[in-house]
Design a protein around this ligand. Structure first.
Ligand SMILES: Nc1ncnc2c1ncn2[C@@H]1O[C@H](COP(=O)(O)OP(=O)(O)OP(=O)(O)O)[C@@H](O)[C@H]1O
Length: 571
């Protein structure tokens, strides 16, 4: 009797999955398998049931199916050692490889990976999901943050006013629906206000932009009044450098909103535009806050459009990209033209120097080497969030081993599922190359999926406004390269698809970080297609980190101190 019941449930659940097309990592392949399984189960079931034609179709919701599976695994005869009652952390195609959220691997225990055999061709169609085991992001949910230097505890429910943010700024925050600071804001804002140089390393989407803009504008407003009376003319108070034009526009938009009550001016200069355009930005007036990409800033400096020697703040946002070899030389050049304070006292008075704020979600080694040339590393306050370089516990992440030729179909299925089964919402599809973005764009055109494309090889004029349009909701799908993975705010995005698997952990963290952001939608998901043997090692490292609940391996979690300089031996 029991077996009939179980068989019945399985039949019905298989049917339910097939007929409703519920979101499942197998998508098209799975539905094909389901159809086969349905008929198999049907024939087996028909042998035990007297009137098969009268069999009622019971649709079992997916969460219930999972519960049934859990109960079977925890109480059944073939008990799976890594499965306990409760929510699953890892859910595999093969249930034997499931792992419960409540199961803790022993220190010397080697996890058995769902992706173990994924270098083999037979693994196509296999999948596993790292479930979201938390409902809210750690930077919001953590009720307490510890400030080790001051031995105090602060709750996130404390409003911004306790951070000594002025009334006008509080009103702007209110209008943005932002009432409680995130943990990174709680830690960073007081340090910046006490004029320290900081290095802030915190998860994607944790609100780092406001962490530095709020105290900058707060001080600007306090200093500006007295300065206007004393000094003629206008100087730039803060420069923020970011890796892309889109991010420059985004940071500038937040800055403009915050500056509005005080009438401060924010301007941007981005790459891809001629020198004439750059000169025109500075022609009539110098901005109070300048948001720039490094290339454009260097051009402006060479044309003497601005002077960095009198800045109050110098911000390096998306530090990992800015310290990357492609930008590092430019950054070094820019930093050497800036007077960076080595001590909070140096930030005051007429011969003031700039406070240095370095911000990012991932930190590569070597950051310290560049910084030590312009400031005293020991004087920098390092603010590092607890979950830095961890997989986001509040975002469901699915990995699907799929043949290259099937990726478009799987993508189509996932987008269709998002629109029709899950209530719709924007999706971002990441490719590794600009040419893939173009090719995939044509394929999506053919199947009638409206989308926008964004990649670095597009002419500047064509690129302008694409991301803003996507943010405003003109299209629901953005096909892009990693150019859109750094810093861009995609709070409404519900699905990130790694059409090409990212080439590094850093890229995975930044891409996945386009969902699960502060103040954004709460049920964002990541779906990654794994097609090639060379992707599998990275997948296995991610799965191991998830099963062990550790940070991703090979990522620097501490700012690297420069090695002592070795003097050349005299000949
Ligand atoms: N205290 C807050 N409460 C609610 N939402 C917030 C808060 N602070 C910032 N946000 C919102 O969170 C989103 C992400 O912020 P932001 O872009 O600054 O994140 P980030 O940490 O810089 O991310 P990334 O590492 O991807 O650059 C924005 O939409 C912002 O408006």
């Amino acid at each position: 009797m029991q077996s009939v019941k179980v068989g019945f449930a399985t039949l019905a659940s298989s049917r339910a999955m097939c007929s409703s097309g519920l979101f499942s990592p197998g998508f098209t392949n799975l539905s094909a398998i389901c159809r086969v399984q349905c008929s198999l189960y049907q024939s087996r079931f028909c042998q035990t049931a007297s009137k098969p034609e009268e069999t009622p179709v019971i649709r079992i919701p997916r969460y219930m199916q999972q519960k049934i599976e859990n109960v079977k695994q925890t109480r059944g005869k073939n008990k799976i050692p890594t499965v306990k009652a409760g929510k699953l952390l890892i859910q595999s195609k093969n249930p034997v490889l499931n792992q419960s959220a409540g199961y803790i691997l022993g220190k010397f225990e080697q996890p058995v990976l769902s992706s173990k055999g994924w270098k083999h061709n037979k693994s196509f169609g296999d999948y596993f999901t790292i479930n979201n085991i938390k409902d809210v992001a750690p930077f919001v949910a953590e009720s307490q943050t510890e400030d080790s230097t001051e031995q105090t505890t602060t709750t996130t429910t404390e409003a911004f006013s306790k951070l000594r943010i002025c009334k006008e700024l509080l009103e702007v925050l209110n209008s943005m629906n932002i009432t409680n600071p995130t943990t990174v804001q709680l830690q960073t804002i007081p340090k910046i206000m006490s004029r320290r140089n900081i290095l802030c390393a915190a998860e994607t989407g944790s609100g780092k932009t406001l962490s530095y803009l709020l105290p900058i504008i707060q001080r600007l407003q306090a200093e500006k009044k007295s300065e206007m009376d004393a000094v003629e003319g206008h100087r730039i108070h803060a420069v923020v450098i970011v890796p892309s034009r889109e991010l420059a526009e985004q940071v500038a938009a937040v800055s403009r909103a915050l500056c509005a009550p005080f009438g401060f001016l924010t301007k941007t200069v981005g790459g891809g535009r001629g020198v004439g355009h750059i000169k025109s930005v500075f022609k009539h007036s110098q901005p109070d806050i300048l948001v720039a990409t490094p290339g454009a800033l260097i051009k402006a400096l060479r044309r003497r459009c601005l002077d960095l020697s009198e800045l109050s703040f110098f911000v390096v946002d998306e530090a990992d990209t800015m310290f990357d070899p492609s930008f590092a030389d430019m950054l070094q050049d820019i930093l050497q033209r800036t007077n960076i304070a080595r001590d909070p006292k140096e930030t005051q008075g007429l011969s003031r120097k700039a406070q240095l704020l370095v911000v990012g979600a991932t930190f590569p080694g070597g950051v310290g080497e560049v910084l030590s040339q312009v400031t005293d590393l020991g004087s920098m306050v390092v603010i590092k969030s607890k979950m830095l370089h961890y997989l986001m516990p509040h975002v469901k992440q699915t990995f699907l081993k799929v043949k290259g030729v099937d990726k478009v179909l799987e993508l189509h299925q996932a987008l269709k599922m998002l629109q029709h089964e899950k209530g719709g919402g924007p999706a971002v599809v990441f490719c590794n190359k600009s040419s893939t973005v173009n090719w995939l764009g044509y394929s999506l055109d053919e199947i009638g999926i409206k989308h926008a494309r964004l990649q670095g090889e597009m002419p500047a004029v064509v690129r302008t406004g694409i991301f803003r349009g996507f943010q405003k909701g003109t299209v629901d799908v953005l096909v892009c390269t990693d150019i859109a993975s750094r810093g861009l705010d995609t709070s409404q995005v519900r699905l990130v698809v790694n059409y090409d698997f990212p080439e590094s952990h850093t890229d995975y963290i930044h891409r996945a970080g386009r969902v699960g952001r502060a103040g954004g939608v709460e049920d964002g998901e990541v779906l990654s297609f794994v097609s090639y043997a060379w992707d599998v090692e990275l997948v296995q490292k991610i799965e191991t980190a998830a099963r062990r609940r550790t940070s991703l391996p090979g990522m620097e979690s501490e700012i690297q101190k420069p090695q002592p300089k070795v003097e050349d031996a005299e000949e």
